[in-house]
Design a protein around this ligand. Structure first.
Ligand code: PLP
Length: 450
């Protein structure tokens, strides 16, 4: 696992300079916070460090712990803080709206929800013009699945193995990661082969994976399906890009079987991939329904489903109501997010900093045998660790050690993939080349210490 024998790797010394002084912290200690969490927040803790990390403040791409120590946040609250922690313009929009009206429900008129829906629709291609606001990605996918079923009159959904589409009971049915599977009734979902160019049995051969989808429809359904759902780059599953050309083939197959195609843009939307505003554009397709959350609100609880007027018309059969969906504070915040992303050219920035990061990681890949695969687009990057490049044996234990070491050095990344052996690097989109350099140097040093 070590770097080439003649290479001496030194740890990076100082985080890139940043002009912010965190407020003095007088709250409970990390151990006290952790004890309360263990008692009152259930046993399902994950992604925490061996020594609890008590985060008390965030500013742009940085987080501060209870001692005032600064960290590079390379995970953005699970790919959620798109513009930066406590971004001043978003903070201002939320604050001003909060002073006027925090909530009144959508049964009255208030212009914020319409303004936000209009701005969001203007970002969509084709006839994707009707917006439904919800509070999370799971809710967005629940609603999308219900729309697909109502519109087609069929129940069968197709999703990919290794996908994560949410933690609610129906979206857990779409999810196909064993770490998230509970023994609850989930019906009418067909999990097809994952078109993963690195680990998939057909490599990057999109046509062979498409044959598997066609077989599922032919042998596992009446021949008619409700819909197909996929992330365009799988997030929780370990930053897995789908084989090039895959979605085009599948969208054709699914449309021929009477189904609708849903793009889950919960992680990939809003310019994160750098090359495109929406992840589905990287595969040259236009979905029938798009779901989004996370980055849409920079941390506010907000999600949305966007579809065509024709598909939306099926929702007129009954009332579709969500108490908080389109809440004025979230709408004002979401509108500010769209504005900031444009004004600060975050998509172009993601492309530029993302390619710099990938370039540097690929150099590291050549020097550290334990890096099996570096992949991603823009600021959605994955580094997969293996103990053996030929067999691709997951280096789970080593990943956990490096994860801790990175934190010691001041870098917080995500960890994921079905084997828990992928570093997920998805920072707020204001992350700079200097941050990327620090991160790569820290990773280099941590790997050299294995
Ligand atoms: N879809 C994707 C691609 C996700 O990554 C997630 C969450 O990680 C969800 C849906 C569910 O979103 P939420 O946690 O907001 O319910």
């Amino acid at each position: 696992a070590a770097a080439a024998a003649d290479t001496v790797v030194t740890p990076p010394q100082q985080l890139p300079p940043f002009d912010h002084k965190p407020a003095p912290y007088n709250g409970p200690s990390a151990d006290e916070v952790f004890a309360k969490r263990k008692t009152f927040l259930g046993p399902s803790l994950f992604h925490y460090y061996q020594k609890p990390l008590n985060i008390v403040e965030g500013k742009m791409q940085y987080l501060y712990d209870d001692s005032g120590r600064r960290y590079i946040d390379a995970f953005a609250g699970i790919v959620t803080v798109s513009c930066g922690h406590c971004h001043p313009e978003i903070l201002n929009a939320i604050t001003e709206q909060s002073k006027l009206l925090q909530h009144a429900t959508t049964i009255y008129l208030n212009h914020t929800i319409g303004d936000f829906a209009e701005a969001l629709a203007s970002k969509m291609p084709g006839n994707l013009k009707v917006v439904y606001f919800v509070n999370s990605g799971s809710e967005a996918n629940e609603l999308a699945m219900m729309m697909a079923r109502l519109y087609t009159g069929s129940l069968d959904m197709i999703s990919l193995r290794n996908a994560y589409h949410g933690g609610s009971s129906s979206t857990l049915g779409l999810t196909a990661l064993n770490t998230w599977k509970y023994p609850i009734p989930e019906g009418h979902v067909h999990h097809v082969m994952n078109p993963d160019p690195y680990r998939g049995v057909f490599g990057a051969d999109a046509a062979s994976y498409a044959k598997d989808v066609q077989d599922h429809i032919d042998y596992g359904t009446s021949g008619k399906v409700a819909g197909f759902i996929a992330e365009t780059i799988q997030g929780v599953g370990g930053t897995v890009e789908l084989a090039p050309g895959y979605l085009k083939l599948i969208y054709d197959i699914v449309h021929k079987a009477g189904g609708v195609c849903i793009a889950d843009e919960v992680q990939t939307g809003f310019g994160r991939t750098g090359s495109h505003y929406w992840g589905f554009e990287t595969q040259g397709v236009i979905p029938d329904i798009v779901t989004m959350a996370k980055g849409i609100g920079n941390g506010l609880p907000l999600g949305a489903v966007v579809t065509t007027p024709e598909i939306a018309s099926v929702m007129a059969q009954k009332i579709q109501f969500n108490t908080f969906g389109g809440n004025p504070v979230c709408s004002a915040g979401g509108l500010a997010v769209l504005r900031v992303l444009d004004k600060e050219k975050r998509q172009a920035h993601s492309a530029e900093v993302g390619s710099h990061l990938l370039e540097r990681l690929r150099v590291l890949e050549q020097r550290h045998e334990i890096i099996g695969n570096v992949r991603g687009r823009g600021l959605m990057v994955g580094v997969e660790m293996v103990t053996d490049r030929k067999d691709k044996t997951p280096a789970k234990a080593e990943t956990a050690v490096v994860f801790e070491k990175l934190r010691e050095l001041g870098v917080l990344v995500g960890k994921g993939g079905i084997h828990g052996n992928v570093f997920r690097i998805k920072p707020p989109m204001c992350f700079t080349k200097d941050d990327a350099d620090f991160l790569v140097d820290a990773l280099d040093y941590s790997l050299s210490k294995l």
